[in-house]
Write a protein that binds this ligand. Structure first.
Ligand SMILES: C[S@@+](CC[C@H](N)C(=O)[O-])C[C@H]1O[C@@H](n2cnc3c(N)ncnc32)[C@H](O)[C@@H]1O
Ligand code: SF4
Length: 377
Protein backbone atom coordinates (compact mmCIF):
# COMPACT_ATOMS: atom_id res chain seq x y z
CA UNK A 1 0.00 0.00 0.00
CA UNK A 2 1.12 3.60 -0.62
CA UNK A 3 3.05 4.97 2.38
CA UNK A 4 1.02 7.34 4.57
CA UNK A 5 2.49 10.64 5.78
CA UNK A 6 0.96 12.87 8.43
CA UNK A 7 1.61 16.61 8.41
CA UNK A 8 0.80 18.79 11.42
CA UNK A 9 0.62 22.53 10.72
CA UNK A 10 1.46 24.67 13.76
CA UNK A 11 0.19 28.15 12.78
CA UNK A 12 2.05 30.31 15.32
CA UNK A 13 5.06 32.60 14.93
CA UNK A 14 6.66 35.02 17.38
CA UNK A 15 7.03 37.61 14.60
CA UNK A 16 6.26 37.53 10.89
CA UNK A 17 9.21 37.50 8.50
CA UNK A 18 8.57 40.00 5.69
CA UNK A 19 9.03 37.43 2.89
CA UNK A 20 6.76 34.73 4.28
CA UNK A 21 3.21 34.06 3.09
CA UNK A 22 2.68 30.79 4.94
CA UNK A 23 -0.50 30.38 7.00
CA UNK A 24 0.84 31.61 10.30
CA UNK A 25 -0.16 34.19 12.94
CA UNK A 26 1.54 36.17 15.67
CA UNK A 27 -0.15 36.33 19.11
CA UNK A 28 -1.36 39.88 18.31
CA UNK A 29 -3.14 38.60 15.20
CA UNK A 30 -5.23 36.02 17.10
CA UNK A 31 -8.10 36.67 19.51
CA UNK A 32 -6.81 36.49 23.09
CA UNK A 33 -3.26 36.02 21.80
CA UNK A 34 -4.12 32.62 20.28
CA UNK A 35 -5.01 29.53 22.23
CA UNK A 36 -1.89 27.41 21.96
CA UNK A 37 -3.12 24.90 24.54
CA UNK A 38 -6.39 24.53 22.68
CA UNK A 39 -4.36 23.77 19.55
CA UNK A 40 -3.29 20.37 20.90
CA UNK A 41 -6.86 19.37 21.78
CA UNK A 42 -8.09 20.44 18.34
CA UNK A 43 -5.26 18.59 16.57
CA UNK A 44 -6.16 15.42 18.50
CA UNK A 45 -9.82 15.87 17.50
CA UNK A 46 -8.85 16.20 13.85
CA UNK A 47 -6.71 13.07 14.18
CA UNK A 48 -9.75 11.19 15.53
CA UNK A 49 -11.70 12.35 12.52
CA UNK A 50 -8.89 11.37 10.13
CA UNK A 51 -8.63 7.85 11.57
CA UNK A 52 -12.41 7.37 11.42
CA UNK A 53 -12.65 8.73 7.86
CA UNK A 54 -9.83 6.52 6.60
CA UNK A 55 -11.41 3.50 8.31
CA UNK A 56 -9.87 0.31 6.96
CA UNK A 57 -7.34 2.41 4.99
CA UNK A 58 -5.89 3.87 8.23
CA UNK A 59 -2.38 2.46 8.58
CA UNK A 60 0.81 3.16 10.50
CA UNK A 61 2.41 6.41 9.37
CA UNK A 62 5.68 6.10 7.47
CA UNK A 63 6.49 9.75 8.13
CA UNK A 64 5.27 12.56 10.37
CA UNK A 65 6.21 16.20 9.79
CA UNK A 66 5.48 19.10 12.15
CA UNK A 67 5.78 22.32 10.16
CA UNK A 68 4.63 25.85 10.36
CA UNK A 69 4.63 28.42 11.43
CA UNK A 70 6.93 27.63 14.28
CA UNK A 71 6.33 24.25 15.92
CA UNK A 72 9.06 25.00 18.46
CA UNK A 73 6.94 27.83 19.92
CA UNK A 74 4.90 25.03 21.49
CA UNK A 75 6.36 23.27 24.54
CA UNK A 76 7.95 19.95 23.47
CA UNK A 77 5.37 18.05 25.54
CA UNK A 78 2.61 19.51 23.34
CA UNK A 79 4.33 18.24 20.18
CA UNK A 80 4.85 14.88 21.91
CA UNK A 81 1.17 14.73 22.92
CA UNK A 82 0.21 15.10 19.25
CA UNK A 83 2.79 12.49 18.23
CA UNK A 84 1.39 10.14 20.87
CA UNK A 85 -2.09 10.82 19.45
CA UNK A 86 -0.80 9.74 16.03
CA UNK A 87 0.77 6.62 17.52
CA UNK A 88 -2.46 5.65 19.25
CA UNK A 89 -4.74 6.29 16.30
CA UNK A 90 -2.54 5.22 13.36
CA UNK A 91 0.63 3.68 14.75
CA UNK A 92 4.08 4.47 13.37
CA UNK A 93 5.97 2.21 10.99
CA UNK A 94 9.21 0.73 12.27
CA UNK A 95 11.89 3.30 11.55
CA UNK A 96 9.26 5.98 10.82
CA UNK A 97 10.71 9.41 10.08
CA UNK A 98 9.42 12.03 12.54
CA UNK A 99 10.53 15.59 11.76
CA UNK A 100 9.95 18.96 13.31
CA UNK A 101 10.87 22.31 11.87
CA UNK A 102 12.69 24.40 14.45
CA UNK A 103 13.35 28.13 14.55
CA UNK A 104 16.82 28.93 15.86
CA UNK A 105 15.60 31.57 18.31
CA UNK A 106 12.88 29.49 19.96
CA UNK A 107 14.40 26.01 20.10
CA UNK A 108 16.53 25.08 23.12
CA UNK A 109 18.90 22.19 23.73
CA UNK A 110 16.52 20.95 26.45
CA UNK A 111 13.58 20.96 24.08
CA UNK A 112 15.62 19.12 21.45
CA UNK A 113 16.65 16.46 23.99
CA UNK A 114 13.02 15.99 25.06
CA UNK A 115 11.81 15.69 21.44
CA UNK A 116 14.51 13.15 20.62
CA UNK A 117 13.68 11.12 23.73
CA UNK A 118 9.97 11.20 22.79
CA UNK A 119 10.53 9.75 19.31
CA UNK A 120 11.38 12.60 16.94
CA UNK A 121 14.10 11.44 14.53
CA UNK A 122 14.81 14.54 12.46
CA UNK A 123 14.98 18.29 12.91
CA UNK A 124 14.93 20.96 10.20
CA UNK A 125 16.40 24.28 11.29
CA UNK A 126 15.48 27.56 9.59
CA UNK A 127 18.93 29.09 9.28
CA UNK A 128 18.17 31.00 6.02
CA UNK A 129 21.42 32.95 5.88
CA UNK A 130 24.66 33.74 7.67
CA UNK A 131 25.12 37.41 6.73
CA UNK A 132 23.58 39.71 9.37
CA UNK A 133 22.54 42.33 6.79
CA UNK A 134 20.66 39.67 4.76
CA UNK A 135 18.97 38.32 7.90
CA UNK A 136 17.83 41.90 8.60
CA UNK A 137 16.26 42.27 5.14
CA UNK A 138 14.51 38.93 5.73
CA UNK A 139 13.32 40.19 9.19
CA UNK A 140 14.88 37.17 10.86
CA UNK A 141 15.20 37.66 14.59
CA UNK A 142 18.10 35.23 15.23
CA UNK A 143 21.83 35.65 14.78
CA UNK A 144 23.63 33.42 12.27
CA UNK A 145 25.55 31.86 15.16
CA UNK A 146 22.35 30.78 16.91
CA UNK A 147 21.22 28.75 13.88
CA UNK A 148 24.53 26.87 13.72
CA UNK A 149 24.45 26.34 17.50
CA UNK A 150 20.93 24.87 17.24
CA UNK A 151 22.19 22.37 14.64
CA UNK A 152 25.04 21.30 16.99
CA UNK A 153 22.60 21.03 19.89
CA UNK A 154 20.38 18.78 17.78
CA UNK A 155 23.37 16.52 17.08
CA UNK A 156 24.29 16.52 20.79
CA UNK A 157 20.69 15.57 21.62
CA UNK A 158 21.12 12.45 19.48
CA UNK A 159 19.42 13.49 16.24
CA UNK A 160 21.02 11.55 13.40
CA UNK A 161 19.19 13.66 10.84
CA UNK A 162 19.64 17.42 11.00
CA UNK A 163 18.67 19.65 8.10
CA UNK A 164 19.13 23.37 7.55
CA UNK A 165 17.00 25.60 5.32
CA UNK A 166 18.76 28.36 3.40
CA UNK A 167 17.48 31.18 1.18
CA UNK A 168 19.55 32.76 -1.59
CA UNK A 169 18.97 35.79 -3.81
CA UNK A 170 17.76 38.27 -1.17
CA UNK A 171 18.15 41.87 -2.40
CA UNK A 172 21.52 43.14 -1.19
CA UNK A 173 23.08 39.66 -0.93
CA UNK A 174 26.56 39.59 -2.51
CA UNK A 175 28.21 36.48 -3.94
CA UNK A 176 30.59 36.40 -0.97
CA UNK A 177 27.65 36.51 1.49
CA UNK A 178 26.20 33.38 -0.09
CA UNK A 179 29.60 31.64 -0.11
CA UNK A 180 29.94 32.45 3.60
CA UNK A 181 26.43 31.11 4.23
CA UNK A 182 27.16 27.82 2.49
CA UNK A 183 30.38 27.47 4.52
CA UNK A 184 28.60 28.27 7.78
CA UNK A 185 25.78 25.84 7.01
CA UNK A 186 28.22 23.03 6.18
CA UNK A 187 30.31 23.79 9.27
CA UNK A 188 27.19 23.17 11.38
CA UNK A 189 27.37 19.51 10.26
CA UNK A 190 23.89 18.88 8.79
CA UNK A 191 23.20 15.73 6.77
CA UNK A 192 20.60 17.60 4.69
CA UNK A 193 20.38 21.12 3.27
CA UNK A 194 17.44 22.77 1.48
CA UNK A 195 18.47 25.84 -0.53
CA UNK A 196 15.58 27.92 -1.87
CA UNK A 197 15.67 30.94 -4.15
CA UNK A 198 13.83 33.84 -2.49
CA UNK A 199 10.29 34.17 -3.84
CA UNK A 200 8.83 37.64 -3.48
CA UNK A 201 5.28 36.64 -2.61
CA UNK A 202 2.46 39.08 -3.45
CA UNK A 203 0.90 40.63 -0.37
CA UNK A 204 3.98 40.29 1.86
CA UNK A 205 5.81 43.18 3.53
CA UNK A 206 8.84 42.39 1.35
CA UNK A 207 6.78 42.68 -1.84
CA UNK A 208 5.53 46.09 -0.64
CA UNK A 209 9.11 47.27 -0.05
CA UNK A 210 10.07 46.19 -3.57
CA UNK A 211 6.98 47.85 -5.03
CA UNK A 212 7.81 51.12 -3.25
CA UNK A 213 11.35 50.98 -4.66
CA UNK A 214 12.95 50.58 -1.22
CA UNK A 215 14.51 47.29 -2.31
CA UNK A 216 15.41 46.02 -5.77
CA UNK A 217 13.59 42.96 -7.12
CA UNK A 218 15.43 39.64 -7.26
CA UNK A 219 17.82 39.24 -10.18
CA UNK A 220 17.29 36.03 -12.21
CA UNK A 221 20.96 35.85 -13.28
CA UNK A 222 22.19 36.22 -9.70
CA UNK A 223 19.64 33.57 -8.65
CA UNK A 224 21.00 31.09 -11.19
CA UNK A 225 24.59 31.83 -10.12
CA UNK A 226 23.75 31.28 -6.44
CA UNK A 227 21.92 28.06 -7.19
CA UNK A 228 24.89 26.76 -9.18
CA UNK A 229 27.25 27.74 -6.33
CA UNK A 230 25.05 25.92 -3.82
CA UNK A 231 24.94 22.85 -6.03
CA UNK A 232 28.74 22.81 -6.34
CA UNK A 233 29.55 23.57 -2.68
CA UNK A 234 27.03 21.12 -1.27
CA UNK A 235 28.00 18.26 -3.56
CA UNK A 236 31.71 18.93 -2.93
CA UNK A 237 30.90 18.46 0.77
CA UNK A 238 29.19 15.11 0.03
CA UNK A 239 25.59 16.38 0.07
CA UNK A 240 24.29 15.26 -3.30
CA UNK A 241 21.14 16.71 -4.82
CA UNK A 242 18.10 14.42 -4.80
CA UNK A 243 15.54 17.13 -5.60
CA UNK A 244 16.30 20.44 -7.29
CA UNK A 245 16.42 22.38 -3.98
CA UNK A 246 17.39 19.53 -1.66
CA UNK A 247 20.71 17.86 -0.91
CA UNK A 248 21.45 14.93 1.39
CA UNK A 249 24.58 13.22 2.66
CA UNK A 250 23.20 9.73 1.89
CA UNK A 251 19.99 8.14 0.63
CA UNK A 252 19.00 7.57 4.29
CA UNK A 253 19.32 11.31 4.95
CA UNK A 254 16.76 12.26 2.28
CA UNK A 255 13.51 13.66 3.65
CA UNK A 256 11.11 10.77 3.14
CA UNK A 257 8.12 12.94 4.05
CA UNK A 258 8.80 15.44 1.28
CA UNK A 259 9.55 12.57 -1.11
CA UNK A 260 6.01 11.41 -0.34
CA UNK A 261 4.66 14.76 -1.64
CA UNK A 262 6.85 14.65 -4.73
CA UNK A 263 5.91 11.05 -5.54
CA UNK A 264 2.17 11.66 -5.01
CA UNK A 265 1.88 9.27 -2.07
CA UNK A 266 -0.91 9.68 0.50
CA UNK A 267 -0.72 12.30 3.22
CA UNK A 268 -3.15 13.77 5.69
CA UNK A 269 -2.59 17.35 6.82
CA UNK A 270 -3.77 18.24 10.32
CA UNK A 271 -4.23 21.88 11.33
CA UNK A 272 -5.45 25.17 9.87
CA UNK A 273 -4.89 25.52 6.13
CA UNK A 274 -3.26 22.07 5.92
CA UNK A 275 -3.58 20.23 2.60
CA UNK A 276 -4.25 16.50 2.25
CA UNK A 277 -3.98 14.05 -0.62
CA UNK A 278 -5.39 10.56 -0.22
CA UNK A 279 -6.30 8.03 -2.91
CA UNK A 280 -6.47 10.57 -5.73
CA UNK A 281 -8.48 13.16 -3.81
CA UNK A 282 -7.12 16.44 -2.51
CA UNK A 283 -8.61 18.80 0.08
CA UNK A 284 -7.52 21.75 2.18
CA UNK A 285 -8.60 22.99 5.59
CA UNK A 286 -10.00 26.39 6.47
CA UNK A 287 -7.08 28.72 7.04
CA UNK A 288 -7.90 30.57 10.21
CA UNK A 289 -6.94 28.77 13.44
CA UNK A 290 -10.14 29.87 15.22
CA UNK A 291 -12.43 28.63 12.41
CA UNK A 292 -10.49 25.39 12.17
CA UNK A 293 -10.65 24.73 15.95
CA UNK A 294 -14.37 25.63 16.05
CA UNK A 295 -15.18 23.22 13.24
CA UNK A 296 -13.27 20.27 14.64
CA UNK A 297 -14.69 20.90 18.14
CA UNK A 298 -18.22 20.80 16.64
CA UNK A 299 -17.44 17.47 14.98
CA UNK A 300 -17.49 19.04 11.49
CA UNK A 301 -14.98 18.56 8.72
CA UNK A 302 -12.45 21.43 8.70
CA UNK A 303 -12.11 21.09 4.90
CA UNK A 304 -12.73 24.34 2.99
CA UNK A 305 -12.67 22.66 -0.42
CA UNK A 306 -11.82 19.42 -2.15
CA UNK A 307 -11.23 18.05 -5.62
CA UNK A 308 -10.92 14.64 -7.20
CA UNK A 309 -7.83 14.63 -9.40
CA UNK A 310 -8.62 13.43 -12.89
CA UNK A 311 -6.02 11.38 -14.78
CA UNK A 312 -4.85 14.37 -16.87
CA UNK A 313 -4.20 16.50 -13.76
CA UNK A 314 -2.46 13.60 -12.02
CA UNK A 315 -0.20 13.02 -15.01
CA UNK A 316 0.63 16.75 -15.25
CA UNK A 317 1.48 16.89 -11.53
CA UNK A 318 3.60 13.75 -11.68
CA UNK A 319 5.65 15.22 -14.55
CA UNK A 320 6.04 18.55 -12.73
CA UNK A 321 7.22 16.94 -9.48
CA UNK A 322 9.11 13.85 -10.63
CA UNK A 323 11.29 15.63 -13.17
CA UNK A 324 12.74 17.61 -10.24
CA UNK A 325 14.01 14.39 -8.60
CA UNK A 326 17.50 12.96 -9.17
CA UNK A 327 15.90 9.57 -9.83
CA UNK A 328 14.24 11.25 -12.79
CA UNK A 329 10.97 11.14 -14.67
CA UNK A 330 9.54 8.02 -16.26
CA UNK A 331 9.43 8.95 -19.97
CA UNK A 332 6.28 6.84 -20.33
CA UNK A 333 4.38 9.66 -18.56
CA UNK A 334 5.04 12.04 -21.46
CA UNK A 335 2.79 12.62 -24.46
CA UNK A 336 4.38 12.17 -27.93
CA UNK A 337 4.96 15.97 -28.03
CA UNK A 338 6.47 15.83 -24.52
CA UNK A 339 8.81 13.03 -25.60
CA UNK A 340 9.96 15.05 -28.59
CA UNK A 341 10.57 18.01 -26.23
CA UNK A 342 12.59 15.70 -23.92
CA UNK A 343 14.78 14.62 -26.87
CA UNK A 344 15.35 18.26 -27.81
CA UNK A 345 16.22 19.14 -24.21
CA UNK A 346 18.66 16.22 -24.13
CA UNK A 347 20.39 17.57 -27.24
CA UNK A 348 20.60 21.01 -25.53
CA UNK A 349 22.30 19.47 -22.48
CA UNK A 350 19.34 20.17 -20.17
CA UNK A 351 18.19 16.58 -19.66
CA UNK A 352 19.92 13.22 -19.62
CA UNK A 353 17.86 10.33 -21.00
CA UNK A 354 18.74 6.84 -19.94
CA UNK A 355 16.94 3.64 -18.97
CA UNK A 356 13.58 5.19 -19.94
CA UNK A 357 14.03 8.10 -17.52
CA UNK A 358 14.82 11.80 -17.87
CA UNK A 359 17.13 13.39 -15.31
CA UNK A 360 17.93 17.11 -15.11
CA UNK A 361 21.54 18.13 -15.71
CA UNK A 362 22.93 21.10 -13.75
CA UNK A 363 21.79 23.35 -16.58
CA UNK A 364 18.35 21.75 -16.38
CA UNK A 365 18.18 22.24 -12.61
CA UNK A 366 18.81 25.96 -13.12
CA UNK A 367 15.85 26.17 -15.52
CA UNK A 368 13.59 23.47 -14.05
CA UNK A 369 10.37 25.51 -14.37
CA UNK A 370 10.97 26.07 -18.09
CA UNK A 371 11.73 22.35 -18.55
CA UNK A 372 8.37 21.47 -16.96
CA UNK A 373 6.62 23.89 -19.34
CA UNK A 374 8.34 22.31 -22.35
CA UNK A 375 7.50 18.77 -21.25
CA UNK A 376 3.84 19.47 -20.54
CA UNK A 377 2.82 21.90 -23.30
C1 LIG B 1 7.46 28.34 6.21
S1 LIG B 1 9.04 28.09 6.81
C2 LIG B 1 8.72 27.35 8.34
C3 LIG B 1 9.99 27.10 9.13
C4 LIG B 1 10.34 28.06 10.22
N1 LIG B 1 9.26 28.83 10.70
C5 LIG B 1 11.43 29.00 9.77
O1 LIG B 1 11.13 30.13 9.44
O2 LIG B 1 12.56 28.59 9.83
C6 LIG B 1 9.78 26.79 5.84
C7 LIG B 1 10.88 27.27 4.93
O3 LIG B 1 10.34 27.85 3.78
C8 LIG B 1 11.30 28.71 3.20
N2 LIG B 1 10.59 29.90 2.73
C9 LIG B 1 9.53 30.51 3.30
N3 LIG B 1 9.14 31.57 2.55
C10 LIG B 1 9.97 31.63 1.48
C11 LIG B 1 10.08 32.51 0.35
N4 LIG B 1 9.25 33.54 0.20
N5 LIG B 1 11.06 32.26 -0.55
C12 LIG B 1 11.89 31.21 -0.40
N6 LIG B 1 11.84 30.36 0.67
C13 LIG B 1 10.90 30.56 1.59
C14 LIG B 1 12.32 29.05 4.30
O4 LIG B 1 13.59 28.55 3.96
C15 LIG B 1 11.77 28.35 5.53
O5 LIG B 1 12.76 27.79 6.33
S1 SF4 C 1 9.51 32.10 7.72
FE1 SF4 C 1 9.07 30.81 9.48
S2 SF4 C 1 9.30 32.17 11.31
FE2 SF4 C 1 9.14 33.47 9.52
S3 SF4 C 1 6.95 34.01 9.46
FE3 SF4 C 1 7.30 32.24 8.04
S4 SF4 C 1 6.87 30.47 9.24
FE4 SF4 C 1 7.14 32.19 10.70
Amino acid sequence: MTPLGLYVHVPFCAARCGYCDFNTYTAAELPGGGDRTGFVAAALQELDRAATTLGAAARPAATVFFGGGTPTLLPPDDLLAILEGIRRRFGLEDRAEVTTEANPESVTSRALARLREGGFTRVSIGMQHAAPHVLRVLDRVHTPGRAAAAASEARAAGFEHVSVDLIYGTPGERAEDWALTLDAALAAGPDHVSAYGLEIEPGTALAARVRRGQLPPTDPDAMADRQAEADAALSAAGLEWYEVANHAASPRARCRHNLGYWKSHDWWGIGPGAHSHVAGERWWNVKHPTDWARRVAAGQSPAAGREALDPAVRRFERIMLEVRLAEGLDLALLSPAGRRAAERLARDGTLELSGGRAVLTLRGRLTADAVVRDLTD
